[in-house]
Ligand binder design. Structure first.
Ligand code: HEM
Length: 418
């Protein structure tokens, strides 16, 4: 998700040389963590400085303020699934389609205070865009472009050679994204001017972050939209795939939820009493690392890492997926086995060993929200339905995109419990 930012940044700034180094990253997950924490850097965003303070602090309060959006989202997902089961019980359901719609809605409510039901007029593009088109501009196109390969990255001494088609594509995406973000922010400004209550991240940034440029504000807002709409979806869909594939583990999870929640619907308050559900979440993050490569790090000074020499000026991509598949770090790493996090020999800190949210100064600002949404959604889906993969679905494990999107959306047959 971040490579594209980096490329977009490149269009307006001087190119940076990228060196690649042969390091067996999987050998040294611990060292990597240390490394991430020790480097004072982030290569991926337009507006690095002061961002952590601005983003992290409001988020925890935001989680409380936006609680109702999450509750509504879960209700909407559950009722759409119930409607499907009632109308077409034998037909497999494409869970992603439903969840994606709801997650994008929640990301908009948090960022700009309201969902887009229909369409918006984007002045800079001189046209009206539907909700689906906005989703494409803000999320899908960027995720797709982020994995476009710029051959010059492999030949740093040739960076002076133009790569017009890629540059024009990225420039176009950048222009469209900015235009949509500006339209959303302008709409919110009108709301504020007409006395609407302060209730979203835009309001917070406009009133508190006086030193930020409008471009920086747009980037900060967009980042939360794409993160909420994408990585949380990826994690939840993979978790449901694994659960639907494994009736024993699904049974164990259901039993845990029943024991704690009884006839009540699962809520965020229950989460601390549901260790197996938490293990399901973390094991999914491990096996299907949603951001398999942590955003690039830049070495400001010569560094030694795991016996390798990393010269100053290097940009480093860390293969989280490789670390999470390392046999020396994880027993049977290819197996989805949530119990591994509950066995006595595992340390609670092992939950963070997956590095799914990155580490150090630029660690994910939305991990709490991701956990709240993914865990309560998974819990609710298992509480109300029995999940079974559609025939032939088990083999669909290919991924596409910068995050580990399932290439083929999961299709499952649902049966209402009780
Ligand atoms: C399971 C879901 C998620 C995963 C796996 C994930 C993963 C990541 C990763 C790997 C990074 C880069 C960290 C680093 O460079 O060390 C990141 C950064 C970030 N994430 Fe997430 N994320 C998730 C959900 C979210 C959500 C829901 C939000 C917003 C509400 C969010 C907001 C951010 C922001 C703002 C940053 C940039 C932090 C900074 O640079 O200061 N993330 N995320």
């Amino acid at each position: 998700m971040y490579g594209c930012n980096k490329r977009l940044q490149r269009l307006s700034q001087d190119d940076k040389t990228i060196h690649t180094h042969k390091c067996s990253w999987s050998k040294c997950a611990g060292l990597l963590l240390q490394f991430l924490f020790s480097l004072n850097l982030c290569a991926y965003c337009f507006c690095c400085h002061n961002k952590v303070d601005l983003v992290i602090n409001p988020f925890n309060n935001m989680q409380k303020r936006h609680r109702s959006h999450r509750d509504t989202m879960r209700e909407n997902v559950a009722s759409r699934l119930h409607a499907h089961v009632k109308n077409a019980p034998q037909e497999a359901i494409n869970f992603r389609k439903i969840f994606e719609y709801e997650l994008f809605g929640i990301s908009l409510k948090q960022a700009i205070g309201k969902n887009i039901e229909d369409s918006i007029y984007v002045e800079e593009l001189g046209t009206t865009l539907s909700r689906d088109e906005i989703f494409k501009v803000l999320v899908l196109d960027i995720m797709e472009a982020a994995i476009d390969v710029d051959w010059r990255d492999f030949f740093p001494y040739l960076t002076w050679v133009p790569n017009k088609s890629l540059e024009m594509k990225i420039q176009r995406l950048y222009t469209r994204r900015s235009a949509v973000m500006n339209a959303l922010i302008d709409d919110r400004k009108k709301g504020i001017a007409s006395g609407e209550e302060l209730n979203c991240y835009t309001d917070y940034l406009l009133s508190e972050a006086k030193t930020l440029t409008s471009e920086q504000i747009a980037m900060l807002l967009w980042e939360t939209i794409i993160e909420t709409a994408d990585t949380t979806l990826v994690t939840t869909e993979w978790a449901m795939y694994e659960i639907a594939k494994d009736s024993n583990r699904q049974g164990r999870l259901y039993q845990e939820i029943q024991n704690v929640c009884g006839s009540n619907k699962i809520t965020e308050e229950h989460l601390s009493q549901l260790p197996y559900l938490s293990a399901v979440f973390h094991e999914t993050l491990r096996k299907h690392s949603p951001a398999p490569i942590v955003p690039l790090r830049y070495a400001h000074e010569d560094t030694q890492l795991g016996g390798y020499y990393v010269p100053a000026g290097s940009e480093i991509a860390i293969n989280i997926y490789g670390c999470n598949m390392d046999k020396n770090q994880w027993e049977s790493p290819g197996e989805w086995k949530p119990e591994r996090f509950l066995e006595p020999k595992y340390d609670p800190m092992d939950l963070y060993k997956t590095m799914a949210f990155g580490a150090g100064k630029r660690v994910c600002a939305g991990s709490l929200q991701a956990m709240l949404i993914a865990c309560t959604t998974i819990g609710r889906l298992v509480q109300e339905f029995e999940w079974k993969l559609r025939d032939g679905e088990e083999e669909n494990v290919d991924t596409v995109g910068l995050t580990t999107h399932k290439l083929h959306p999961m299709h499952a047959i649902l049966k209402r419990r009780n």
